[in-house]
Design a protein around this ligand. Sequence first.
Ligand SMILES: [Zn+2]
Ligand SMILES: [Zn+2]
Length: 86
Amino acid sequence: MTIAEFNKNGGSMIMSGNSDKIGICAECGSEYLKSTLEMLALCPECAHILYGYENCQHVFKDGKCMKCLWNGRHSDYVQHLLNDEN
Ligand SMILES: [Zn+2]
Ligand SMILES: [Zn+2]
């Protein structure tokens, strides 16, 4: 994709052409990249907390992880689990 095409699409690489790879996490409602956890319908963060899957090493930029697209918010239930761990 050229820069011109990138701009023509509103500057959103993610929403243009890759939308089939983006899912909505069933637990926290965040968008996430389906590549690794397509079957679970969970973002890497929730999959890690709920089922012990390897978590993404999140790199946040503009309010979401550049790697998995998680928005950094836990659902109430997941937050509850995290609080209970300590
Ligand atoms: Zn999630
Ligand atoms: Zn991430």
